[in-house]
Structure formats: C-alpha cells, structure tokens
Design a protein around this ligand. Sequence first.
Ligand code: IDP
Ligand code: MG
Length: 162
Amino acid sequence: WEKLVRVMRMPRERTYIMVKPDGVQRGLVGEIIKRFEQRGFKLVAMKMKAASPELLQQHYADLSSKPFFPGLIAYVGSGPVVCMVWEGTDVVKTGRKMLGETKPLESNPGTIRGDYCIDVGRNIIHGSDSVDSANKEINLWFTPEEICEWRSMEEPWVYEKA
Ligand code: IDP
Ligand code: MG
C-alpha cells in the first residue's frame, strides 16, 4: 500500500508556459496569468529570465533543422521571458487549447494567440505540447527548489474529488 500512498500524493499534471519577449513588451503577462488562474489551474513556479542562446537552442532542439530556427532563437532571446509551471488535471492539452494554434491567424478568437497576435514569429507565448516535453522543459527551465508545492484553498471548489 506504500505505492497507493505515493500515487495519492502525486501532483496533478504540470505544464511549462512561457510568455515570450513580445508578450512581455506588450503588457500581456497579467492577462495570460489571469486566464490560467481563472480556469482553476494552480501556479507552482514563476520567474522572469533573459534566456541565453544556449538555453533556447536546447529548449527548441527539435526545430534546429528548420529555416526559421536562427530567427526563433534571436526572437525569444531578444528580451526577458516569464517562465511558469502550471498544475492541474489535463493541463498540458488544455493549456495548448487555451493558447490556440501555432499560427495566430489560424487561432480561434477566445484563445490567447487568437486574441492578441498576428504573426507566427511573434506569437507571444509558449506551451508544452505533451506531458513528456512538459517534464523536460520544466527540468530545463527550473531547479526542483524553484517549484512550490502548496495546497490551494480553491481545490475542493475546482475538483469534485481530492
Ligand atoms: P508551438 O509554439 O505552437 O508549439 P512549434 O511548431 O513548436 O509551435 O514552433 C515553436 C515556435 O517557433 C512557434 O511558437 C513560433 O514562435 C516559431 N515558429 C514556428 N513555425 C514558424 C514559422 O514558420 N516561421 C517563423 N517562426 C515559426
Ligand atoms: Mg512547440
């Protein structure tokens, strides 16, 4: 039953969300935090950071062969980003839905990209695309000490079961 105790203590799913430099410059940090907070997700880590090219190359390693890769690294490294970890049931997939499509013009109104941006190379926000990449990205951007385990007073009002 030790395994059962471990499973019961396991946090809900986590995702890595990052406001890119254009989102920071355009004053959209609060709006983005608000949407995740009001949905009922729990913020468990947050910081502002000027990301090095090396860190960004690791973060976007899967895209290194794309023609837009150098421009992407320059764009996301052009100013500070706001790095966050959000926790909740199905937060990876739901977070992607909240972001909208990679191309803002293909994003529905009501999504973050669909409401606040136009160009794919200025799409204001990053969100992990799978649980696996979320775990990798959280480990890349945060140390374990930077993740806060806390109990939200909202939890019984957001979730039917603990
Ligand atoms: P995602 O951010 O929706 O997961 P990815 O395909 O992982 O999209 O691409 C990462 C980022 O690279 C995009 O958010 C966007 O900033 C940039 N990007 C993707 N495709 C293009 C493109 O065709 N031209 C310029 N930038 C692009
Ligand atoms: Mg991606």
